[in-house]
Design a protein around this ligand. Sequence first.
Ligand SMILES: CC(C)(COP(=O)(O)OP(=O)(O)OC[C@H]1O[C@@H](n2cnc3c(N)ncnc32)[C@H](O)[C@@H]1OP(=O)(O)O)[C@@H](O)C(=O)NCCC(=O)NCCS
Length: 235
Amino acid sequence: MSRTVDLVDLDVPLPPGLRWQRLTIADHQQVCALHLASLEGIAASVVRREEPDFFAATLLGRGELAGVFHGPDMIAYTVLLRTMAVYDDPSPEWTPDPSMPLVKLAGSGVLQAWRGLGLQKAFIAQRVRMAGPQAQVFGTASPANQASWRNLLSGGFTLRAIKHMYGGSPRFIGVRLPHQPPAGGAEPSATDVELDCFDTEGQQHLMRQGWQGVAVGAGPNRIRYRRVQPPEATP
Ligand SMILES: CC(C)(COP(=O)(O)OP(=O)(O)OC[C@H]1O[C@@H](n2cnc3c(N)ncnc32)[C@H](O)[C@@H]1OP(=O)(O)O)[C@@H](O)C(=O)NCCC(=O)NCCS
């Protein structure tokens, strides 16, 4: 399958001693093993298990994979998806603009010993660069995966919806649109409200009225919500 996109450099800074490497089909077995190792002890309802075929198809053209290496060892990987499956569809809870490219942040794994160093944050920043300046970028995160939704918020994504996906588990839909300033660093406003990440009904109620999760709140499970004007209503 031929590529239709230019590959951008893997140049988001990493902690000392680690290096990026774009993955190819030659890395297929290693990335499948790393995927399983990174999921040890995590419930299937919290992080989606991928089959080896998913990684093969992505490496062969559905998307791109990048690895992080320590010497010869791959210690973390991340996936950007350009050609999606039916189960990736975020609509109708969040409906992308059909006139713009759409890419998905489709998973990352970091071995236990290397967690907490900012690798997933680097993965989010790097994949936004790989997606290109015209793309709508979205990612999904379970409310029970605090690291993931906190990192999406820190990476300038806003939480637009909660959809039951991948066999019925709740997922935040985090979105970053071109030409919209990232909301994540926004100063708190007096009209913001904070909700618990597991309060699905409460959050959906706000989201349906045009509110978005814009930042982490005070406490590990708290999300700061803001009523966001639709772009067409912005002067
Ligand atoms: C989720 C995962 C990729 C995070 O990778 P990481 O490189 O350790 O993440 P980072 O160091 O970039 O980010 C750490 C952030 O997550 C938070 N975090 C990490 N683990 C956490 C936990 N168990 N509970 C709450 N917050 C957590 C940290 O507080 C930090 O946020 P802060 O900067 O706001 O304080 C890694 O834990 C992993 O591989 N998990 C298993 C697979 C998975 O969940 N993949 C993602 C879903 S696709």
